[in-house]
Design a protein around this ligand. Sequence first.
Ligand SMILES: Nc1ncnc2c1ncn2[C@@H]1O[C@H](COP(=O)(O)OP(=O)(O)OP(=O)(O)O)[C@@H](O)[C@H]1O
Ligand SMILES: [Mg+2]
Length: 268
Amino acid sequence: MNAPFAIGKGADAPFYLPQADECEVFATAHANRLPVLLKGPTGCGKTRFVTHMASRLALPLFTVACHDDLSAADLIGRYLLKGGETVWVDGPLTRAVRQGAICYLDEVVEARKDVTVVLHPLTDDRRILPIDRTGEELVAAPGFMLVASYNPGYQNILKTLKPSTRQRFIAVEFDFPAPEHEVPVVAHESGLAEERVKSLVRLANKLRGLKGQDLEEGVSTRLVVYAATLIAQGMPVDRAVLAAMIEPLTDDAEVKCGLLDLAMAVYG
Ligand SMILES: Nc1ncnc2c1ncn2[C@@H]1O[C@H](COP(=O)(O)OP(=O)(O)OP(=O)(O)O)[C@@H](O)[C@H]1O
Ligand SMILES: [Mg+2]
């Protein structure tokens, strides 16, 4: 195994509490020039993890939010008119390839398949990016790494990655942190004391248990952080829970009542 980039302890990096060995997997993938796919529900820490690791590896980070109008030119670049002249402007993928940075494609399943095939020569051992418009064929600088994420829960038949795309990535599954991790994460992010965060996390896990019955998605760690932040600012707990952990989950009045009852039961 070669390790061309030193991995820092992350003292200056954005706060990220590891759930398992994901930091080591990511660093080893980077050292060995392998692309990484992060799978997991919304608000469970994928983006925070990538910003944390980019900082520890001292790599610039280019993030692209994928959507179905995203074109290959949005990633690679295009000719633009500037002061009467036509100049080539690199897209975020090309900049990452040239600089040896991380390119993070968020919600990659939203991108059209003709866009994801652009990634193919970059994600196998060639590590090249052909730019048809300029005739260049860039070889990725040593630090370059492609990272993509998606939420398997939202997938439908049309929104999946082609096997030839997904089988070019190492994949790491994320989930909501276990309570012993989620409590310190929420306390750190919100400033609310751990003792007070505990019941919010307990409620979150009860709400997550309803996924698939009344709720499409379980309450995210992001929302628990929001609730704790409101409480830390002095908002009454029931108001904060309604605003941050119930209203964002459903518009159905009956379901909302059920969730409120559950919240009351947790808070006794
Ligand atoms: N392990 C963790 N360490 C530190 N913070 C975390 C962790 N997990 C979750 N968080 C907190 O949860 C918030 C949401 O996480 P993040 O934005 O990374 O979610 P995500 O998985 O990228 O969601 P989405 O799929 O919606 O983009 C972060 O801003 C952070 O406050
Ligand atoms: Mg994200």
